[in-house]
Design a protein around this ligand. Structure first.
Ligand code: GDP
Ligand code: CA
Length: 323
């Protein structure tokens, strides 16, 4: 009997894939890794936010995820390295003027390494794996694509600006009229991302911004189709609680882009790709409407204000997908 396992051994733990933006996804990850060993985890990350500063290729969401998995992320900000200093940024001001995008001294090493490897011709996925390995990360961290996709934001007043200009420089105060993903139609999703969706026991859509974090991943050709095939084991977590983003502009974007700024509005965005929708207790009045969308609503506490809260939410999500 070839299929019989040696006495006492356990079946392999089910594999889990997380589709991720930055800080919201990282908060959830801190809880998820309490239940799923990193070796069984694939995290596919948005790269629409990538930007060049000082000639360096910066991948904010990839770094937030990698630093979180490595346990070295700055716990207060949720991005950057804990205990980093900012001397180089001050010195760069001599040449470039006052900085509006903060890059720590130690963090710069990551961007220098990434830029140099890309310049040598290595694909971003290979460089990302190298960076993760050097930080001791055992999970598989994937950029959504090796091709270049860049998120631009069309402002009601202010024209079309690169995402970081809107998000960091203007502190997402301006009114958003449209999101444009340059390069999207030519970009191919990373094959490993499509494989992870097809093979993992569960796929989780992190509580990330639906338009500028998960949007770029979901709109890559073939990703939504792959998710639809496994829809019953795809769970999405609301980034909105009581109609507001926990952090950032998601609720305002919902409104100005023509969607209801609520958990129900988010559920509508994901109804084709996710069979399960996780929303906050304070939003439980939407559960029936979500059910009518053909999704299984899971009502629980989704504010992750501690690692314990994140771990508890992760457990609820894993239970919901049957793991
Ligand atoms: P970014 O790329 O760093 O902006 O990060 P994401 O797109 O991954 O995360 C931003 C989203 O995370 C926002 O829409 C927040 O509402 C959401 N978020 C942050 N903290 C929490 C939390 O504790 N619970 C939930 N449900 N969502 C959160
Ligand atoms: Ca981001």
């Amino acid at each position: 009997m070839l299929t019989r396992r040696p006495h006492g051994s356990h079946p392999p733990r089910p594999a889990v894939a997380l589709l991720a933006g930055g800080v919201g996804a990282a908060r959830f990850l801190r809880g998820l890794v309490r239940h799923v060993p990193q070796s069984r985890l694939t995290v596919a990350v948005n790269t629409g936010d990538d930007e060049e500063f000082y000639g360096l290729h910066v991948s904010p969401d990839l770094d937030t995820i990698t630093y979180t998995l490595a346990g070295v992320v700055d716990p207060r900000q949720g991005w950057g390295l804990a205990g980093d200093s900012f001397a180089a940024l001050g010195a760069l001001a001599r040449f470039y003027g006052a900085p509006w995008f903060r890059l720590g001294d130690r963090d710069l090493a990551t961007h220098i390494f990434r830029t140099a490897r890309l310049k040598q011709g290595a694909p971003l996925s290979a460089v990302t794996a190298e960076i993760a390995r050097r930080f001791g990360v055992r999970a598989r961290v994937l950029p959504m694509s090796d091709d270049r996709v860049r998120t631009f934001v069309r402002l009601k007043r202010g024209g079309l600006v690169p995402f970081q200009d809107y998000f960091v420089r203007r502190r997402f105060r301006a009114r958003v009229q449209a999101i444009e993903l340059r390069g999207l139609f030519r970009a191919r999703p990373l094959p490993a991302l499509l494989e992870a969706i097809a093979r993992c026991a569960a796929v989780i859509l992190a509580p990330s911004n639906p338009f500028v974090s998960l949007g770029p991943i979901l709109r890559l050709s073939g990703v939504a189709a792959a998710l639809r095939k496994v829809r019953p084991r795809v769970a999405a977590i609301s980034p909105l609680i009581r109609g507001r983003a926990v952090k950032g502009p998601a609720h305002r974007m919902m409104r100005t882009l023509g969607h209801q700024p609520s958990a129900l509005g988010v559920a509508r965005l994901y109804r084709d790709v996710a069979g399960i929708f996780v929303l906050d207790r304070s939003d439980r009045r939407y559960a029936e409407a979500i059910e009518r969308l053909g999704m299984r609503p899971i009502v629980t506490d989704i504010l992750m204000n501690s690692e314990q809260a994140a771990a508890r939410l992760a457990k609820v999500v894993l239970d919901a997908v049957g793991l």
